[in-house]
Each structure stands twice: as C-alpha cells, then as structure tokens.
Design a protein. Sequence first.
Length: 634
Amino acid sequence: MNYKIVNGSVSYGADTILEEINFEIKEKDKIAVVGRNGCGKSTLLKAIIDNEMLEQGIGEQKFGVYKQGNPVIGYLEQVQFEDDNCTLLQEILKIYKPIIDLEQKIAKLEEELKSDSTEKSIKNYTSALELYELLDGYTYKKEYLTALNKFGFSENDLNKNINDFSGGQKTKIALIKLILSKPDILLLDEPTNHLDITTIEWLENYLKNYPKAIVIVSHDRMFLDKIVNKVYEIEYASMTEYTGNYSAFEIQKRENYEKQLKDYEYQQKEIKRLQAIADRFRYKPTKAKMALSKLKKIEQMVKIEEPNKYDLTTFHTNFKINTESGKLVLKVKDLEFGYDASLGNLSFEVYKGQKLGIIGANGKGKSTLLKTLMGYIPKISGEYKYGYHVEKEYFDQQMEFVDKNKTVIEEFSDSFPNLTITQTRSALASFMFYADDIEKPINLLSGGERVRLQLCKIFKKGPNLLLLDEPTNHMDIIGKESLENILKSYNGTLIVVSHDRYFINKIADSLIIFENNSIKYFNETYSQYLEKREDEKREVVINETEKKKDKSTYFENKEKNRIKNKIKRLENDIEKLEEEIKNIQLEMQKEEFCTNYIKLSEFQKNIDEKNNAIEEKMKEWEDLNKTIELCNVE
C-alpha cells in the first residue's frame, strides 16, 4: 500500500492554506502532522480523503496523487450514526459484520456435517474456519469489550441506545468504531482531546501495534513520542519531512536550521569577499581578467537560502508575585469532597515553591477537588487551611465569563481599572491580542483565545498560589511550551490538573494520582512515578512467576512421590508373584503329583499367568523409573 501527494496545494477563495504539499504514506507508517493552530493540519487530512480539494502547488514537480492498492481511508470528521435508536452493542457489531456472517455460515456447515460428511463438506468447513481465524474471529469480542472498557463504558452500557449517551460519549463511540474497523490508512485529528491518562495510555499501546498506516494530528507530545516514526511539519504553508518521533523531530529541526544558517552566513561572507575583489580590480586592465573570474565564480555558486526563523509567535509575560507567602501554603487533613456522594478522602501538605500535579481518570474528582479548595463547593468533612499571606487565583477549564458580550479590552479593564490604556494594551499584546483583536466580543473568541485572556488576567494579578484546571486545553505545542516556561520560572506555588503527561512531567515535582478508585500522593515527578509503576509491575510478574514455579515444584515433587510409591508397590507385587511361583514349583515336585499330568498342567498354567503378570509389572516398573530419571535430569 502506498499513497502519495506530489506538489499539491489547497486554497479557500483567495487564501492559500497549503502551497506545496509533498506527502507520502507507506504501509505501516505511523505519521505525525504538527504545526501551529490554523496552519492547515486538519485541512491536509480532509484533502487526503477528498482529492478534489487539491491543485497544482508552487513547486517545480508536476502535481499528482498516486495510490497503490486502492487503500481504505478512515477519518472521524463528524459524529453521526445511521440509527440513534440502536444499542451500543449493535452499533459496535456493525464493524464485525463479515465475521458475524461467517460465524453463521460456520454454524450452518456444522449442522450439514452431521448428515453429510463428504470430502467437499469437510473442505468447505475447514476453509471457513481458516478464514474465521484470519479475520481474528476468535478474539474480536475481547477486542471490542476491552476498547469499550478502556474508554469508560461498562457492560451495562451495551444495551443502552445511542441517543441516550452524551455528546462526548458519542464522540468516543465513533472513535472506537473507527479504530476497530482497521482501515488501511487511519486519520486521527486530536484523538486524545477529552480523554483521561488511562484511556490515552491504552490508545497509545493499541496504535503502536496497529498493523496498518496511521496519520495523527495532535498537540500531545508524549502521545506522539510513543507512537510515530515520521513527522511532517507544516510551517509557512509548506511541509517538511523528518524521520523519527516528536523528540527526534525537534532535535533535527534545530540542527537543520543551525546548519543551513551557518552555511548561508559563510556563503554570504564569501560572496562579499569575491565581490569586493571584483569591485577593486575590475577597472584595472592588468587585473580585469581576475576580477571577471571572481564575478563568474559568484554566478556559478548554488545559492543557499537564508532559513526561515521558527514560527514561535506566542504569549509571554514577566510573571511577578505581589507578596511572598509563608512556608506552609496549604494543609489538607482527611478532606472528603464531592457533590451528592463522596469522591475521595485526602490528606496532604503543599509548601512554598512546590509544583503539585493532579492526574487521573475523568470523572474521578480532580476538578471537584480544586473547586472544593477554592470554596466553590462545600466540603463533606475534614478540613483544609491556607497558610499566611497566601494569595490564590483559579483557572477554570470551562472558562465561564460573566458577560460574554464584553470585548476583550472591556473584560480586562474591568479587572484592572487603575491601568492606563497603554499598560492595558501592552498586557493584552503580550498574550497575542493586537490592534482589532482587543475589540472582539468574548463570545466570538476561539477556545485558545479564551485561555489566553484568562491567563493574562490571572498572571497580571500576581498571585503566589495558582490553581489551574486543564490550562493547556485548546493550546498548540508552542503555546504549551510557552506556558511551561512561564510556570517553571514562576517562584510561587502551583497546583495544576492536567491530562497532558508531557506538560505534567516538565512542571510538577509532586503528584496526586486518581487511579483504581483510590487517591494517592507521590512526592516525585511523573517520570519517577512511571519508573516506580514499571518496577511494581515487574515485581508482580516476578512474584507470579515464583508462585507458579513454587506451585509447579510442589506438584512435581508430589508426582515424583506418587511414582516412587507406585514403583515400590510394583516391586512388592513382583516379589510376591515370584514367591508364589516358587511355592507352586515346590508343590509340583511332590511325589503325589509326579504322574498326575492334569494337575501338573494346571500348575504350569498358573506359573505362566504369574510370569506374564510379572513381565507386565516389570515393563511398567521400567517405564516409571525412566520417568523419575528424566525428572531428576530436568
């Protein structure tokens, strides 16, 4: 399978979104498409499906789309189901219709075999079983049940109608259907959005072992690192290919830029030197030939273009806290939190300068914990207490604004009425609100713009404690990196909820983890937590292996003892038979039987039977002894 776009472009009206697309998907490729928000990543995915969107690009090569093997392409563009009244199980089983049809055929063939076992019937039955195995018929039920479970669906949900699920759940169902249908090219646009860490880790493992090609658009850097082996970056409307995962791409991009810049600067110096010589001697008759040779040398050079600078346009701030807090910032003791029912009980302490990350499955109470600590939700029991001079600010992932008809500058100015218009504009500009942007109503802002406005207000207040709930949602990678840098240099205290593991790993020095219906505090980084978790898994495997080994040894010894006891019984039986034969022979020697041929014949027959019995027992005795010898060798 091969899919290739050569020198394509995509335009909307007079705007060119992508001006030079050179993109190739080979069988089993795991490809990431990265770039700034709005650069055309999702547009590329749509163009891979709908080639009518493509036209001649600005490159020299002839435009074309080339497909080998007529690949099936799967893409989740919008959530829609043929029948919202069918159950979740019925919807999922639509993927496996060929397998289910084959199951019915196999059942029918089995019935026919009962009355017709001809060679042809047996061959048809065998062929059907082979195809069933080829289609993963023996594992498909486990496959879809595992996927549903990992995405948060229970067995009770299987018989619920599709229209009974929420919008978010419907999106998950559509994603499950897409990945389980196993198209030749699987296109995924931000698949980790709104998934918790447990689900993301399962999805990572599934996609890593996906037998066909995948193209992923995602801002989740750890997710990309775990899966992809090729990266295409879209920057300045063009695409550049890199080999390796996301981390390898970052290194290569930096090295390529530095090399091209160095080569460009060296060539410019050389051109300047040759031009200076030519200008100096071109009008002197004796040196004119030399001067012309220098100009010719400049003309013959293959010119190196100055590399484009990284598109690093993002928000920034000099975040300074107004007041230093005391050493103990927050003390939580036996805090039970939740709405109608308890979601957990927790005790921990947070100290000045600490950066605490909160991670775990969705719906377990992470956001509820933050809202409880902010006083927005009453605690059920226990207590929490802030230290001296703590000034806190809260970022709500829902980003609710009191009046969404206000403009950006009105919203900001209402929070900081004492700032001059210049100071206000400067603060907003540092968060990428320029010129006309500040006059936009809040209800017209994108998710990313709302995040930036909220953060701009929070950072301007200069708190010494930040409680942030999913602050990286709606951010591109450059935005995430900018926030990481701000928070790393922040000398206040941080409590942050996030499903972005890369972000948590760079920021947090301690963790609260919601997992397996429990809440645990770890005074370590996310990487250290992962290492500890892997060590625990290895220890469990080792313990299980040892248990099996011990169990195996127990049964092995038990079996050896059983064999030895049987050998002993056989030896006793043989000895007894030999004694009986000896007694019969003594009986035969008596004078009264010397001429009684009938009685002698009975004696001999008895001796033969006992000898046969001895021979059988001796054979069994030899076999058992060989078994014991093999066990001892092993």
